[in-house]
Write a protein that binds this ligand. Structure first.
Ligand SMILES: [Mn+2]
Length: 320
C-alpha cells in the first residue's frame, strides 16, 4: 500500500477505467477512486468504453466519466483497471492501458488474469468497492459523502443486497462507516430499484412467461433476441436482473440469460445458488469467467446454437 501511495504521488497523469457492460460496482469503484485521487492529483481521468447506464446518472460525479474516444492516444503515468477479470472486459480501454507506464489491476473476481504490473486481487471481497474503501482509507484520503455514496452503490448491487456468500462482517462494518457520512440511503435505493419503467416490467412479465426449463427442471433459460429488446425499448442492463428470477425458483440449479448482441454474438449470464454448483467453471467452458454463483461469457453464435451448447455443457453441472 505504501508502494501504491508512492506511485500515485509520482504520477502526473492517472486514468481509471472499469469494464464494459457497466454495473453498480464498476461505476461505483471508478467514481469513488476518481474522487479520492483528485484530493492528491488534478490530472485524473475516469473513462469507460461503453454507455453509462441511466440508472447511475444520479451519482454526482457521473457527469465527469469520459468515453474511450476522449482519452484515445493519450499516455498515462498510471492506469487503474477496476473490477475487470481480464483485458477483454476493458473494451478499447485495453489500448489506453498499453500506452500507460504502470498498470494497477484491482478486482475481486477469482478468474482475474493478473494482467497488471501491480495486481490487488481479493476474491473474498464482496465487491471492488469494498477494496477501494480500504485502499482510500489506507492512503489516508478522506471518504466524504459523495465517495461513500459510490462505494455504497457498488457494495449493495454486487452483494445482491447483502444476500451473497461474499458478504462478511467486514462488509457490514464498512457500510456502517459509510453511513456515518450521512449518505442518502433511501434516495440511493430509489434510484437503483424504484424508478423502473413500465416497459421494463412488461419485459419482465413477457420473459417470465416465455422462460424455458430444461434438464428435468434444473436449468432455467431466458432467450432475449435483439428484436425483443427493440420491441420493449429497454436498455441492456434491464436484462441483467432477469436471470436472478430463474435462479430463485425452487429446484432450479442454474439459470441462464442468453442475450443477442448484434452480429452473431450472444452474451451469456449464469447464476446458481448452491455451493456445489459452480457456474464460473461452466462459463469457462465458453471462455468466460466470474464468480462461483454468478458468471458470464460471450459467444460467437446464433441464439439457437447458444441454447444447444449451454444445455449440453450444463448437463454435467446440475444435480441429478
Ligand atoms: Mn464487482
Amino acid at each position: 500500500m505504501n508502494k501504491l501511495a508512492r506511485i500515485i504521488s509520482n504520477s502526473n497523469s492517472i486514468a481509471i477505467t472499469s469494464h464494459i457492460d457497466p454495473d453498480g460496482d464498476s461505476i461505483g469503484s471508478m467514481l469513488a477512486l476518481w474522487s479520492a485521487l483528485r484530493q492528491k492529483c488534478r490530472n485524473v481521468e475516469a473513462f469507460i468504453d461503453d454507455v453509462l447506464p441511466r440508472k447511475y446518472d444520479f451519482l454526482p460525479q457521473s457527469k465527469y466519466v469520459k468515453k474511450y474516444k476522449d482519452v484515445e492516444g493519450k499516455d498515462f503515468d498510471l492506469f487503474f483497471a477496476l473490477d475487470c477479470g481480464n483485458k477483454a472486459r476493458l473494451g478499447h480501454g485495453a489500448e489506453a492501458m498499453e500506452n500507460s507506464k504502470i498498470v494497477v489491476n484491482i478486482d475481486h473476481h477469482i478468474s482475474n488474469t493478473e494482467f497488471g504490473d501491480i495486481n490487488i486481487i481479493d476474491i473474498n471481497s464482496s465487491s471492488t468497492c469494498e477494496m477501494i474503501y480500504s485502499i482510500i482509507k489506507d492512503m489516508g484520503l478522506i471518504i466524504d459523502k459523495q465517495i461513500a455514496t459510490c462505494i455504497y452503490v457498488g457494495i449493495v448491487t454486487d452483494s445482491g443486497n447483502f444476500m451473497y456468500d461474499n458478504v462478511t462482517e467486514k462488509t457490514h462494518l464498512i457500510v456502517a462507516d459509510l453511513m456515518k457520512t450521512d449518505i442518502a440511503k433511501q434516495d440511493i435505493i430509489y434510484n437503483l430499484y424504484q424508478k423502473k419503467s413500465i416497459n421494463s416490467l412488461r419485459f419482465l412479465g413477457y420473459s417470465l412467461t416465455n422462460m424455458d426449463v430444461e434438464l428435468g427442471g434444473r436449468l432455467a433459460i431466458f432467450q432475449i433476441s435483439s428484436d425483443l429488446l427493440k420491441k420493449f425499448n429497454i436498455p441492456g442492463d434491464d436484462v441483467e436482473s432477469l436471470v436472478n428470477y430463474g435462479r430463485d425458483i425452487e429446484g432450479i440449479d442454474i439459470a441462464v440469460t442468453m442475450m443477442e448482441k448484434g452480429d452473431n454474438k450472444v452474451k451469456l449470464s449464469f447464476r446458481s445458488k448452491h455451493d456445489d454448483i459452480d457456474v464460473r467453471a461452466l462459463a469457462q467452458l465458453f471462455n468466460g469467467g466470474g464468480h462461483k454463483k454468478a458468471s458470464g461469457a460471450m459467444l460467437n453464435s446464433t441464439l439457437d446454437e447458444a441454447r444447444n451448447q449451454v444445455i449440453e455443457k450444463a448437463k454435467q453441472f446440475v444435480r441429478r
